[in-house]
Design a protein around this ligand. Structure first.
Ligand code: NI
Length: 167
């Protein structure tokens, strides 16, 4: 296993659209385990392959307190959504920024697991928000892009300053 580097906004690679996974091979198993290690180490509750510069439709989520409930969603789709979430979200690619963006409060969807087996899922609250956020990453969309241009410009300049300080 390895900890992967997480792309930092506004890196243009965060805007690449991920391709569906077609082969459920060793390489995919390694990607999933490296992503899990990277997400738990960060620590974060979700991670999309896009964020580690792999442009395939793979996302992980674990909103449990004990970090023992890993959800692996490959080629995910949302079939139904209800309600409006009122939860602020953050992102490992946009450190220190927390904002409210439009999300369903409850979702039902389908995906395949790391072995290629199809399943349906339901999620609500934080987990539902997390899955929608990570699915946006797979489409090349970062959550701050829901905000006004002015707010986005402020966020970019704040992050650039942080990145310069970090060298
Ligand atoms: Ni994110």
């Amino acid at each position: 296993m390895a900890i992967l580097q997480i792309l930092q906004y506004p890196d243009p690679r965060l805007h690449r659209v991920a391709e569906p996974v077609v082969s459920f091979d060793q390489e995919l198993q390694r990607l999933v385990s490296d992503m899990a290690e990277t997400m738990y180490a960060a620590p974060g509750v979700g991670l999309a392959a896009t964020q580690v510069d792999v442009h395939r439709q793979v996302l992980l989520a674990d909103t449990s307190e004990r970090h023992d409930d890993l959800m692996i969603l490959i080629n995910p789709e949302i079939l139904e959504g209800k309600g409006t979430s009122d939860m602020e979200e953050g992102c490992l690619s946009v450190p220190g920024i927390y904002e409210l963006v439009p999300r369903y409060e409850w979702i039902r969807g389908r995906a395949v697991d790391a072995a290629g087996k199809a399943f349906t899922f339901e999620a609500e609250g934080l987990l539902a928000v997390c899955i929608q956020h990570e699915m946006d990453h797979l489409k090349g969309r970062v959550f701050v892009e829901y905000l006004s241009r002015l707010k986005q410009m402020r966020i970019v300049s704040k992050l650039r300053k942080q990145q310069r300080r970090a060298g």
